[in-house]
Write a protein that binds this ligand. Structure first.
Ligand code: ADP
Ligand code: ZN
Length: 722
């Protein structure tokens, strides 16, 4: 027997199948889709078995497989084929496409420290007569009699020797069973009666032709309820479902709503889980014990059989695109591929669909379904835009309008959410005397101040240093922290409203495991009046007492030099506005800005998504951006800036020659030119048809693959070009 093995080494040069012979004793264990250990040069590597044959293809002697890693298939035939499709569409290595599908515990090298956990438990042996027992022994026996089985950890304060005696005498037997780290509580569930709008959306999907649907529904229109109803339909048919949500809205609130309805049929995959917990969830899915998977981007690869529906909530979110490493895939594309295989519908949902998706819906490629009203029958909250250029009208970071409204809500005992928009924003330190700013020695970026550890850190390479009192340049004690952080706002709020209870939620305060969950629970229980935070507070949250949402600074996300900055700003502001007035009480929204006339801000006032869509589409058409053109970014990077630039020019010229109908821009410095002492150039291709594009890009990759001085990364449909 001969097997074709793809080894786990992400290197363009060896990203192909190597043949190995299988020793007699392993032949019965061999299956396509398991991992094996094989000799490779001087190393021993793990790899995936991609085919099994009777004869070798070469004349050379084959090396032998050393051992089998998995007892059952980790990548089934669907996922093996899917990996090949991803490889073709992203031009990354095939091995990286398989690795991205599996939990860390199942990847070479990382697997060693994640184990399957077992619980030891005791039960009574059959047909026994007891001798005389001492007091402790009697206690144990009675407990086991009463409960049937007793876990070892329930006997933690009981002496081991008594236990051992009972086992030795044959009274008790010891067994082990596999135990999952994540436990699920059953909850009571009262099904909501759907509104007629909700019902008609559900019916369109479940009675349709397994198309792709866009549910364009305002915030609070009951999209989540609709998703659950659709899932329930397929569950009753014995089918499985995937629900993707952005990491940021994978809050316990969201997961709990699903869990209340579907109990332990749910598996939740998110970054707050440890590698072990993720592995356990993956095994529950793999074994068919969980049939509804809810998770962030990579949950799209859940090893489910017989998928009934794939749902992507907040479909406009850029978190569905993997941009920082290969393969640079978009979970939405993978959803379409998997839906073809399973012949099932895909449901995209958003209050502010991405331009690409809405354009497809308008063309009829996706089926458009609308939920134009809030479930509570109320209109959307009233939005006021405050011009912060008129400084007289403000006190510190707060306009008088916002201050008055906060005061009013506090008096009425209602709750408030305040958003500090920090997208693309940093909290840097500068000298008021000489203007010195602290920069990273390895990257072209200012260092960010972290108050909790009193350090300056680089968000790109992780470099950190202590904060000095004196400026290293002019030696004056005149350093000041320029950026506005949530901590500063919190201090100011405390002064302005000393009796209010303020909860700050940002990267710093939620880093400890479970903190995020705790905070949301406590705010829901009205242990706090004001929830102050970054993007984290903008999405997915549903608090009935919140009647005021304030945006302290709407503009930072507008200033990012990216073609999607208007879209992202409009969408963020609309989302956070949607947190207000979700229950009986009417809501209000106050947005502070230095650009009150900018359409991405002005149109939030009237909740005018379609107006924004038309306006932005015009701009994209004029500037030749998506959805009118596709984009592909080629990032060329390396240590020697001159060399990299020369090679980038060669690439650009070769593209000009080979794809003359496309627009090729660059090479230009990426917005942070140097990261960790690596220089980076971008070449951007704008194209309508990809006729010869893949072929020429493949040639470029081939040309440089053995050159260690230069790295060429391709990103199709990048979420942003910086
Ligand atoms: P969206 O996801 O569109 O923002 P949600 O699904 O979170 O909306 O619904 C908003 C609120 O309305 C939630 O508190 C939800 O429990 C409630 N809700 C949704 N549908 C119904 C319904 N048919 N009857 C009563 N309450 C509902
Ligand atoms: Zn750095």
């Amino acid at each position: 027997m001969v097997v074709g093995v793809l080894v786990e080494l992400s290197n363009k040069n060896i990203d192909r199948v190597f043949e190995y012979s299988v020793p007699e004793e392993l032949t019965s264990l061999m299956k396509v889709g398991i991992r094996v250990l094989v000799p490779f040069g001087k190393m021993e590597l793990e790899g995936f078995v991609l085919n099994i044959k009777n004869h070798k293809d070469t004349d050379k002697d084959l090396k032998e497989v050393i051992s089998v890693v998995d007892s059952s298939v980790v990548l089934n035939s669907e996922l093996l084929e899917l990996g090949k499709d991803i490889q073709k569409s992203t031009l990354s290595t095939l091995i990286s496409c398989y690795q991205v599908m599996l939990p860390k515990a199942l990847k070479a090298k990382n697997g060693s420290n994640v184990s399957i956990r077992f619980d030891t438990y005791y039960s009574l042996n059959d047909n026994i007569t007891f001798d005389k027992l001492n007091e402790t022994q009697e206690k144990i026996i009675n407990l086991v009699k009463e409960k049937g089985i007793v876990l070892k950890k329930e006997l933690a304060d009981i002496s081991i020797s008594s236990l051992n005696t009972l086992i030795r005498k044959g009274y008790l037997k010891e067994d082990k069973k596999e135990h999952y780290r994540v436990l699920y509580k059953e909850k009571e569930f009262v099904k909501k009666k759907l509104t007629s709008d909700q019902e008609s959306v559900v019916n369109s999907v479940i009675n349709g032709n397994n198309d792709t649907y866009l549910i364009y529904g305002v915030t609070g229109s009951g999209k989540t309820e609709v998703y659950m109803e659709i899932i329930d339909h397929y569950l009753k048919l014995g089918k499985t479902s995937i629900v993707l949500v952005p990491e940021i809205s994978l809050t316990p609130q969201m997961v709990n709503r699903f869990r209340e309805r579907f109990g332990d049929k749910i598996a939740a995959l998110h970054s707050a889980l440890s590698d072990g917990e993720k592995y356990d969830e993956w095994r529950r899915i793999y074994r068919g014990e969980a049939s509804i998977v809810i998770g962030a981007r990579s949950a799209i690869f859940a090893p489910l059989n017989d998928i009934g529906v794939i749902i992507i909530d907040e479909e406009h979110s850029d978190s569905y695109k993997q941009s920082d490493s290969n393969p640079r895939y978009n979970a939405k594309d993978i959803a379409l591929l998997r839906s073809k295989y399973h012949n099932c519908p895909v449901v995209l949902g958003s209050a502010t669909p991405s331009l690409e998706t809405m354009a497809r819906a308008k063309k009829g490629v996706f089926k458009l379904l609308e939920l134009p009203n809030r479930v509570n029958g109320k209109s959307l909250p009233k939005v006021s835009i405050i011009d912060m250029n008129e400084r007289k009208k403000s006190k510190g970071y707060f306009s008088f309008e916002l201050l008055n409204s906060i005061k009013d809500r506090l008096e009425k005992n209602e709750q408030i959410i305040l958003l500090l928009n920090r997208r693309g924003y940093s909290n840097f330190v500068t000298c008021k005397n000489c203007g010195y700013t602290f920069k990273c020695p390895n990257c072209d970026i200012t260092l960010t101040y972290h108050k909790s550890s009193n350090t300056l850190r680089c968000h790109y390479c992780g470099y950190g240093e202590k904060v000095y009192k004196k400026c290293p340049e002019c030696k004056e004690e005149s350093l000041s922290n320029l950026g506005v952080g949530t901590q500063k706002i919190e201090e100011e709020l405390n002064k302005l409203f000393p009796n209010s209870r303020i909860l700050r939620m940002d990267y710093d305060t939620t880093s400890r495991k479970g903190m995020h969950e705790e905070m949301i629970e406590e705010f829901k229980d009205h242990k706090y009046d004001i929830l102050l935070g970054t993007q984290m507070v903008a999405k997915g949250l549903d608090f009935s007492l919140v009647t005021l949402v304030g945006v302290i600074n709407a503009d930072t996300s507008l200033n990012i030099p990216d073609f999607r900055s208007s879209e992202n700003t409009f969408s963020l502001l609309s989302q956070v506005a949607g947190r207000s007035g979700r229950s009986e009480k009417t809501g209000e929204v106050i947005i502070q800005t230095f650009n009150p006339d900018h359409y991405a801000i002005d149109l939030v006032k009237t909740h005018n998504y379609l107006g924004f869509y038309e306006k932005e589409m015009n701009i994209r058409r004029m500037l030749k951006y998506p959805p009118y053109y596709y984009l592909c970014n080629i990032r060329v990077s390396g240590k020697d800036a001159d060399y990299i630039y020369t090679e980038s020019l060669k690439i650009k010229r070769s593209l000009d020659r080979n794809i003359p109908n496309d627009i090729v821009l660059g090479p230009s410095n990426s917005s942070v030119f140097r990261v960790n002492n690596i220089f980076r150039y971008n070449i951007i291709i704008k194209y309508k048809k990809d006729d010869d594009l893949y072929e020429i890009l493949n040639k470029i990759i081939e040309h440089y693959k053995t050159n260690s001085k230069i790295k060429v990364d391709i990103d199709f449909n990048p979420s942003q070009v910086l």
